[in-house]
Design a protein around this ligand. Structure first.
Ligand code: AMP
Ligand code: MG
Length: 486
């Protein structure tokens, strides 16, 4: 375990040519205080968790002091936002401190989000507010707990400095960890700026670090694209299966590693609704829940376009064509597992889809329904009243339950074994908007961050029964049914 000053930096991105980034230091903020610290993420850096109790900790992770070995920079990228190309984005408020190499040989980018203006800030303040920092912090760790690839979060440090949004809020910096912050847009910027020579430089850097098995392949770029397609397809399937909406699936928010990335107005669905739009600025529902797989595919086509200077067009097309089968297979497998099936085939899709349809019609809570489905009693004639009562159309449930019972007869093993299996894939606890909202409201009252820590601990183990936390599995109370986030 290391002290803060002993962390081992190995800054590979900083060694890329100047065109890739802009070097600068974070802008200090007054009187920083620790909001929350995540020991699980500290372990990724070999950082001694006791270091969080030092006064310097907040100074380092709000950007007032620089860790020895850090080479801070803002990364360049562009991207397609809501379907339109935006030529220059880049880190407008995030500063990459550098990469820490841990004792397992892993590299972790350490990025301060909200650390002040950069050359890419485009007249904005370069800040993040405490509210959105808490949301990203909790959600990235919740996704990790759910087994969904994501960036991680080390800590939040706050300051009473005012930040002007729709109302006056206070500033905070979240320290984000990721194996890479390279986005689809990191490639697009060089394609559209006619800096095609930079494309293989970036691709080689990403391949060397993250896809080293491809390094010597003669068609390494094509294979790299194929892997990005597969990772993204699988990520989309995981989002759909858990009922997660990202909210801003612009290509600058798409991780080249297929991680859930750049948390903003995300949301977990409460009642099942394929048309669920979590971002209230998304007027046309471009990023509605049901659209996500298609948008993932569309975003990959933007990436493929940007890579055309370094690969044959036919190869790029073939890579894109692998998206639908990769997604379909993974989604089917995940949904089958949610139903407790050990093997799922295309023939099972009507069973899955019918359940979703009657859930939609009855506004049934997505997470809780699947969690309670593990208690389905497959004995003939059993009414399964607790499940049945969650639906408005009971007759439709009875019909579906008959087909489910018939399908379960083709599984080996007992109901009890299936229950154990299902509880390992159907979470009991998710980061519902109202839970995050409660933690944010409490944080705003006299610096009480205990609810943030409580949620962090809860969501680390979303599949476990945590009896003292039972109320956190409840669907939203009336006041919170229509929380809007943008
Ligand atoms: P996002 O919607 O958070 O993914 O951000 C889109 C772009 O806007 C990125 O280039 C961000 O760096 C930039 N951006 C967002 N908020 C701010 C801010 N408060 N100050 C400067 N740049 C920002
Ligand atoms: Mg972004």
């Amino acid at each position: 375990m290391r002290k803060l000053e002993q962390l081992v930096f190995d800054n590979t991105f900083a060694r890329l040519p100047e065109a890739f980034h802009s070097r600068l230091c974070p802008t200090p903020l007054p009187a920083p205080y620790l909001v929350s610290f995540n020991p699980a993420a500290a372990a990724l850096l070999d950082l001694d968790p006791a270091e969080a109790t030092r006064a310097e900790f907040a100074e380092y992770f709000i950007g007032n002091r620089l860790l020895p070995g850090a080479e801070p920079l803002a990364m360049l990228y562009s991207g397609h936002q809501f379907g339109h190309y935006v030529p220059q984005l880049g880190d407008g408020r995030a500063i990459l401190l550098g990469e820490i190499r841990n004792s397992a040989g892993e590299h972790w980018d350490v990025q301060l989000k909200g650390a002040g203006p950069t050359p890419f800030s485009r007249n904005s303040d370069g800040r993040a507010v405490l509210r959105s920092s808490i949301r990203e912090y909790l959600c990235s760790e919740a996704m990790h707990g759910l087994g969904i690839p994501t960036t991680r979060a080390l800590c939040i440090v706050g300051s009473d400095e005012e930040v002007f949004r729709e109302s006056i809020e206070t500033a905070a910096v979240i320290t984000r960890l990721s194996p890479s912050h390279v986005r689809f847009g990191s490639f697009e910027v060089f394609y559209y700026n006619d800096q095609h020579d930079s494309l293989p430089v970036l691709a080689d850097c990403v391949i060397a670090k993250h896809f080293p098995h491809l390094s010597d392949a003669p068609d390494k770029y094509v294979r790299f694209l194929n892997e990005v397609v597969t990772h993204t397809a699988r990520l989309m399937a995981q989002w759909q299966a858990v009922g997660f909406s990202h909210g801003v699936m612009n290509t600058d928010n798409m991780s080249i590693l297929g991680l859930t990335f750049d948390y903003g107005p995300f949301g977990f669905m409460d009642a099942y609704d394929p048309g669920y739009v979590c971002n209230h600025s998304d007027y046309h529902g471009r990023y509605a829940y049901k659209q996500q797989p298609q948008i993932g595919h569309w975003n990959l086509s933007c990436l493929a376009q940007a890579l055309l200077p370094i690969m044959p067009v036919e190869a790029a097309k073939a890579a894109l064509e692998s998206f639908v089968p990769a997604y379909t297979e993974r989604y089917r497998e995940l949904m089958g597992r949610k139903l407790g099936l050990t093997q799922t085939s295309a023939e099972d899709m009507p069973l899955i889809n019918t359940l979703l349809e009657i859930m939609h019609a009855g506004h049934v809570d997505y997470t809780n329904l699947f969690r309670s489905l593990s208690r389905f009693n497959s004995a003939a004639g059993e009414k399964n009243t607790l499940l049945r009562d969650q639906f408005t159309d009971r007759a439709a449930f009875d019909t579906w339950a008959e087909s489910y019972r018939a399908r379960l007869q083709r599984e080996t093993g007992t109901d009890a074994e299936r229950e154990v299996r299902m509880n390992q894939v159907n979470p009991k606890y998710i980061l519902r908007n109202y839970l995050a909202q409660n933690a944010i409201a409490q944080a705003g009252q006299g610096r009480d961050f205990s609810e943030v820590d409580r949620l962090l601990a809860l969501l680390k183990h979303p599949f476990d029964e945590q009896p003292e936390m039972e109320s956190y599995a409840a669907p939203p109370p009336d006041w919170a049914r229509h929380i809007e986030v943008s």
